[in-house]
Every structure is written in C-alpha cells, then in structure tokens.
Design a protein around this ligand. Structure first.
Ligand SMILES: [Fe+2]
Ligand SMILES: [Fe+2]
Length: 336
C-alpha cells in the first residue's frame, strides 16, 4: 500500500511534493513556444490543485489520464496567486496500492445517521399513497438505499462530495417541515416532503461517482429532472401491481403533482425545467432547493479559502468576495 504522505490542503509555495493523488482532469496544451505541456488537476479528500508537466510530455500521454491514481514528485509554487505543482516524476499506481477513500472528498455528516433521519421523515407522513411511494423508493429499493448513502449532489458547485445528495435532501426536508408548520393549512406537508426527497433523485443515475464525479450517458442525454419523473411513474405502477399495497389506486392528480414538483424544481425554463412551478409546494421546493445549494456552496468556499485576513478571494460564480466569520479563521502559524 502506498502511504499518502501529503494532502492538498497542506501544500504551500516552495514545498517539495512527493505523494499520491487522483487525477481529476488531464489535457495536453501548447505553450507560447509551441512546445506541448500537460495540464492536470490533482485531487484528494482535502481538495484539488492544478499541476503541470513541462518535460517529456509524450511519455505520459495515456498514463496521466482522468480517474487514475498516481505518485507525483515535484514542487509546489504559486502561479497567478494559485498553487500549482510542477511535476518532475509521475508514476501510475494500481487501485490495490492505494486507500481509495483518501482521495474522494467527504462531508462531515455520517451517512447512516442521515439515512435514519430521512426514514424518520418518511414515517411521519400521513397520506397513504405519498407515504407508500416514499417507502417504495427510499426503503424498499436496495439500489437506491446503497447509492443514496454515497452519491454527491453535483460534480462541482454544491454538496460536491460523498453523501452530499443525502445531506442536501435531509437539510431541505427539515426546512420544508418547518415551513409546513409556518404556513399551516395552505401547504400539503406530505407533498412537500416528496419534493424534498425526490427533486434530485435522478442524480443517483445522472452522475457516476465511484471515483471522480462525472455525468453518465443517461445524465447527459436525459438529465435528472426527467429521470426522476420517470422513476415516479415506474414506482407508482409497481405499487399498484402489489395486491393490498395501496388502499385505492394512485390518483392521476397525486401522480401528476409529484412529477410536477420534480420537473419544475429548477424554477425557470432556461435552468432546465420544462415547467415553471405551478402550485405552492412546487414553488417552495424550488426556492428551498436553491437556498440550500447556495448556502452549502458559499460555506464550502469560505471554508476552503486560504486568503489571509477576513475576506475570501474572489468567488467567480457569485462575482464577489465573502466576509470570513470567526469559524472560518485559520489559526495563525506559530512563529520561530
Ligand atoms: Fe436539480
Ligand atoms: Fe437539489
């Protein structure tokens, strides 16, 4: 087993690098002089970092490819204020030479605890049809149960780490629970919950996440909104085929409302929703989804920022600098 001796978050300007990493991205580019060089993004569970191979590039083509574990030797330096590793030596490692979990970012919350919380929301539902649908997917489908404990919610942007999707779903459902109490009789709590549970359920198959997160063929061609909506049709048909599982067949109205919450959750046509939210529950699921993903994205950005002082570097997605509260301040390095 190759020991992982250095982690990306700890590397500083002028550090010698000798450690294993996972390649997240790899491409050949051409320098100003016309000489080819290799552009890599290395990752481990603590973050990611660019790397360059300047010499003997052709030797590494076909070796330094995405999803490969590699041993890297080189030097960390600052380039345009960002850390970058200049690679002197690269060697491909076999999967059995590394402890794969050291290379995949993880959230801080335990998947089993989150899953228990999710099931407690399911068991608090009162509508027999909506509850049966939630159970059929989240409790009785072994593929969903396995995948939901490890899937990220996205490739980048928000909850982009192991179990990120479940963290996002449980967080949203908690907010929806509070809103259903706040607005009382004007909202259907069970329908809201299905929106929380299922709005992104298609991501379990839209993304591949055994190592580096990427889109699957189905994800690229169909996308998680339509995939989630199709899953609802399939599960409702299955429930109706089990004698005695439902008190009455699933009504068209309920089936269409559940699918609508999934299909409209991106809010606008230009964000990939074929329909804009057309009931209060759909509108709320859309806004809370947007809120929860932004809170997570900005929190993670502040946590990972290494700019000294009380302000982060520029966040390109949001076009602004963020103030660093006390919880985000790193302890000062000790003097000589
Ligand atoms: Fe989504
Ligand atoms: Fe979402």
């Amino acid at each position: 087993m190759t020991q992982k001796t250095q982690f990306i978050k700890d590397l500083k300007d002028k550090d010698s690098v000798a450690s294993s990493f996972l390649i997240k991205f790899s491409a050949i580019a051409t320098g100003k002089s016309g000489k080819p060089y290799m552009n890599l993004i290395l990752m481990d569970k603590t973050g990611e970092m660019e790397a360059r191979i300047w010499e003997d590039v052709n030797r590494f083509v076909g070796q330094a490819v995405r999803d490969t574990f590699v041993w890297i030797e080189g030097r960390c330096q600052l380039f345009q204020n960002r850390r970058q590793v200049v690679v002197n030596r690269l060697q491909v490692l076999r999967e059995d030479e590394v402890d794969a979990k050291l290379y995949i970012p993880e959230g801080t919350l335990d998947p089993e605890t989150l899953y228990v919380k999710l099931l407690s929301y399911v068991s608090s539902m009162s509508d027999p049809h909506y509850r049966a649908l939630a159970e059929a997917v989240l409790k009785d489908d072994p593929e969903v149960v396995e995948k939901i404990k490890r899937a990220p919610a996205a490739k980048s942007m928000h909850h982009a780490y192991k179990t990120g999707l479940l963290e996002h779903v449980v967080s949203i459902t908690g907010i929806l629970d509070a809103l259903s109490q706040h607005y009382g009789k004007y909202l259907d709590r069970d329908l809201l919950f299905l929106g929380g549970f299922f709005h992104d359920i298609g991501k379990l198959w839209e993304l591949s996440y055994d190592r580096v997160t990427d889109y699957t063929m189905e994800g690229r061609l169909i996308g998680h909104l339509v995939m989630g909506s199709e899953l609802m049709d399939k599960k409702i048909r299955e429930l109706e085929s089990i004698p005695g599982r439902l008190p009455t067949p699933f009504s068209d109205e309920k089936r269409l409302l559940v699918k609508h919450l999934i299909l409209s959750h991106h809010g606008e046509l230009e964000y990939g929703s074929p329909k804009r939210p057309k009931c209060l529950e759909a509108l709320i699921v859309h806004y809370i989804d947007d809120l929860d993903s932004k809170v997570n994205a900005i929190r993670c950005f502040i946590e990972q920022d290494s700019t000294p002082g009380r302000w982060t570097g520029l966040n390109k997605s949001y076009g602004r600098f963020f103030f660093k509260p006390d919880w985000a301040l790193k302890p000062e390095p000790e003097g000589p």
